[in-house]
Design a protein around this ligand. Sequence first.
Ligand SMILES: Cc1cc2nc3c(=O)[nH]c(=O)nc-3n(C[C@H](O)[C@H](O)[C@H](O)COP(=O)(O)O)c2cc1C
Length: 406
Amino acid sequence: MSSSQVLDKRRILLGITGGIALYKCCDLIRSLRKAGAELRIILSTGAEKFVSPLLFSSLSGSQVFTNADFFSPDDSIIHIELGSWAEVNVIAPATASFISKLRCGQASELLLATLLASKAPTYIFPSMNTTMLEHPAVKENLSTLRNYGYLIYEPKEGELACGVSGKGRLPEPEEIYELLIAHFKPKTLLGKRVLITGGATREYLDDVRFLTNASSGKTAYYLLREAYYRGAEVHLLWGLETFPYVLPRLDYVSSVPYPSIYTTLTTEEMFNKALELFPKVDLAIFASAPCDFTPVEKIPGKIKKKDSLSLSLRLTPDIAKTLGHIKGPKQVTVGFALEEPENLYHYAVQKRQEKNFDLIVANPLGTAGRERSSYFLIGRDSALKFENLSKQELAEMLFEMIELPA
Ligand SMILES: Cc1cc2nc3c(=O)[nH]c(=O)nc-3n(C[C@H](O)[C@H](O)[C@H](O)COP(=O)(O)O)c2cc1C
């Protein structure tokens, strides 16, 4: 199921308590609504002191509950109804006070009673001043809640609303949103190890100049995201200087390790690291665009300006081909081919055989850099064509198709 659909019609209960970071819920609610999630929002007594329910009901397009609804003379028992309605509960931000009350099993207000009446997984995002967070009582409360099965998401470090810097920040809305996407992804890769290469590499002429290409690494990011959200231990070899994407910390709330991201700027560095990691992985996907050539000689310092300059280049190691030929019987390799549209299919079939890939993804040269493209997915005895796929959809499709030996 694609990420754009994974939250569609999912029943998410958002509990908002009286921490200053509750303003971040506005963006979270907007994203969840856009993704088609069904939302119910409950404000704690503290949260009601900061905002009116109108803010969140306008943003979410759904009813926002407060303690006034707890004892309303209605046919239904609201905390039981809400507690059994939700597929997942998210408490963000969670105040020290709320954490303490939940730990004691208090049911004195609607949000607390709803959580006691719920069997759904519950993510708790503590958010407070660092000294409060480090108080032994708060630490003990969190530890007990963890033992009860609540999924406690470690607060972030950084500047806090009270003006000091330290641990206690609520994660950005995007991180909470991504965590929810990961929550609903099928965990088909639990216990599997996946190696992904991504981005362009660079080959230095001197200390400041290099040859490279336009690969953005976006496809590799979506592959990493999909493999990680499906539960794999992911190792990314990244040919770019920065990794600008937000990933939630699944290791805080599950046994899925946070991906290892290695910056390997030259093809040789990427090759050496790939050789080291490859024996331990079940699946390798070669989505980087390593430079095929490197200068025979690298000049120390900076080459001085002159009328002309001739470069002598030699081939770099072929990462995908080398690993494709040393793979074990239970290892799967997937490669990419970017070629002229006329010969795309035939070239990709040939390349799959030459590099011993189990699967090759081929897309036409003219679409490089665009968000959407057409793709061939060619296996040992199958070939499929997809039109107008985004990079995210491609990554999701690939993991639907890849079958790993038990
Ligand atoms: C301006 C202001 C900001 C606050 N920010 C936080 C906070 O970030 N985290 C926290 O645990 N408590 C914070 N508090 C304290 C809580 O609002 C207070 O403990 C309240 O009783 C919590 O109620 P609740 O648990 O019903 O939401 C803040 C209080 C004020 C006045």
